[in-house]
Design a protein around this ligand. Structure first.
Ligand code: ADP
Length: 494
């Protein structure tokens, strides 16, 4: 990856050729499009097909026909594996192009987009490709005159809705296991970050995923997403996004065919620094990256820093220095460490959180402002707020921006109480040299993942999902496969 290649790619016209349905690009049936702006400079980037409920029906029908005729669902797992391995190779071969495409509509820094979006998508397709011809059914321990077989049957048509922060990484966490298991998929990307996923659809066809098996319908959540989730012919929904939309999906399910909904929702993850942390300088550095990279637009971001009283001022000073030393700028410049906030409304909402926190008595140690306004892009200075109380909005609610809320604590009991004092339960961090304390904290914190003496970076081998109002679905690892199968029993009299 070098700057000259990135610069060449950033100049390309990226207007997509519409939805990807039944193996081909197509315009919306209404012909409608919407304009996507680039967060890098605020300028028009591309026109995206504005999907309608009819487009969704067309895609779901194509997916259903493909599923029922078995062109993919009844293909031998080893044959599906071959196709998905090829898709992984194609994604890797186009990794820089895909990463730049994604950065241009979502604003993530290129270094992160290249690894966490493009290369990680390639790795995800390969992982589930490799797994799928090792999934066995079961023979039940029945009496001798019957045979009880437990099969893993693909569920049918999977509806997937993904957000804009890591469209490709999160998208592939859902598409790869769903396809590996033999399902058909209809995917709705976020309206403002569809480009890289449309490219994956094209590469999937090139790799040999049959027509109709993987479809992408672009457009608005309240139109395309709603139609998909209300469809009587979609068997399960998999989703990453806000709690508000997650709730709607459950309603749509109740109003339609009771499809199962797997929801990966927001977080307000506590990152807890004990005075006995093995290396406080390292803790400050990694904790700063754990909230500020990708402008804080990470569902597992460690956005609540809980710091033990005796080290409070020193630690806050150290993390503030880190916040101020990040190079925020054009996400397509290799030396930028933090790119753009995704959109103007997101940026404004982040600034509102800071204003409200100050009104509630918090102190702004650094940041809290829009910067680089001369670029026209949406950039925000990494922000550290202290004096944030449990009852404050900034303590309780997800900003999804580069804003760190800092709160002191006295001892382990108070740390656990504060850690668990929100409706969320996605991720957490604990920094301590005391092994027993580390285990007690892991046991005591309500979260899907607890990092100890590090933050973030958990890879594909382990599940990611939340508890409480952070959701109920797990992506990644072998566990993620379960939701893409129905268990079917064959009870055979001998
Ligand atoms: P975020 O705050 O990350 O934008 P959203 O939940 O609004 O979270 O968006 C995540 C995904 O959900 C996007 O693809 C968006 O278009 C979609 N979405 C938004 N509203 C709805 C809805 N009413 N029904 C279905 N999908 C929706």
């Amino acid at each position: 990856m070098d700057q000259a290649s990135i610069n060449a790619l950033r100049a390309l016209d990226v207007t997509p050729r519409g939805h990807f349905i039944n193996g081909a690009f197509c315009a919306s049936e209404t012909g409608a499009q919407h304009q996507v702006l680039s967060p890098i400079d605020g300028l028009p980037l591309a026109q995206i097909a504005e999907g309608s409920p009819t487009d969704v029906d067309t895609a779901v029908r194509a997916a259903r026909v493909a599923f029922e005729d078995g062109r993919w669902s009844r293909m031998a797992p080893a044959a599906r594996k071959k196709v998905l391995l090829k898709l992984g190779d194609l994604i890797e071969a186009h990794a820089l192009e895909i990463a730049v495409l994604g950065v241009r509509d979502n604003g993530t820094e290129i270094n992160m987009a290249y690894k966490a979006e493009a290369l990680s998508a390639a790795a995800t397709f390969r992982y589930y490709a490799e797994v799928i011809d090792k999934v066995y059914g079961q023979i039940a321990p029945t009496s001798h005159d019957v045979l009880g077989l437990v099969h893993h049957a693909p569920v049918g048509v999977v509806g997937a809705i993904v957000p804009w922060n890591f469209p490709l990484m999160i998208g592939s966490w859902k598409i790869a296991p769903a396809l590996a298991a033999g399902n058909s998929v209809v995917l709705k990307p976020a309206e403002s970050a569809s480009l890289s996923l449309l490219k994956i659809a094209e590469l999937a066809a090139e790799a040999g995923v049959p027509d109709g098996v993987f479809n992408v319908v672009t457009g608005r959540g309240a139109v395309v997403g709603e139609a998909l989730a209300l469809s009587m012919d979609v068997d399960i929904m998999v989703f990453t996004g806000s709690g508000a939309t997650g709730r709607r999906l459950l309603e749509y399910s109740a109003r339609s065919n009771l499809k199962r909904c797997y929801l990966e929702l927001g977080g307000k993850s506590p990152n807890i620094i004990f005075a006995d942390a093995p290396d406080l300088a390292e803790a400050a550095k990694i904790s700063a990256a754990g909230i500020f990279r990708n402008s804080g637009q990470v569902c597992v971001a460690g956005s609540r820093l809980l710091v033990q009283h005796e080290i409070f001022e020193d630690f806050v000073a150290e993390i503030t220095l880190h916040a101020e030393s990040f190079r925020v700028g054009d996400p397509l410049e290799l030396n930028s460490q933090i790119g753009a906030v995704h959109s103007l409304p997101e940026l404004e909402a982040n600034l509102d959180f800071v204003t409200q926190a100050e009104a509630e008595g918090a102190e702004r140690r650094t940041g809290g402002t829009r910067i680089l306004t001369e670029t026209g892009g949406y950039y925000m200075a990494p922000t550290v707020m202290t004096g944030v109380k449990q009852s404050d909005n900034l303590f309780q609610n997800e900003v999804f921006g580069p804003v760190l809320a800092v709160t002191p604590f006295k001892d382990e009991d108070e740390a656990i109480r504060l850690a668990n004092a929100t409706e969320y339960g996605l991720a957490a961090g604990v920094w301590t040299a005391n092994l027993s304390r580390a285990h007690r904290m892991v046991a005591g914190i309500r979260a899907g993942v607890v990092h100890v003496n590090t933050y973030g970076g958990a890879d594909l081998t382990v599940p990611l999902g939340g508890v409480g109002q952070s959701g109920n679905g797990h992506d990644k690892s072998l566990h993620a496969l379960d939701k893409y199968f129905d268990l079917k029993t064959a009870w055979i009299k001998i």
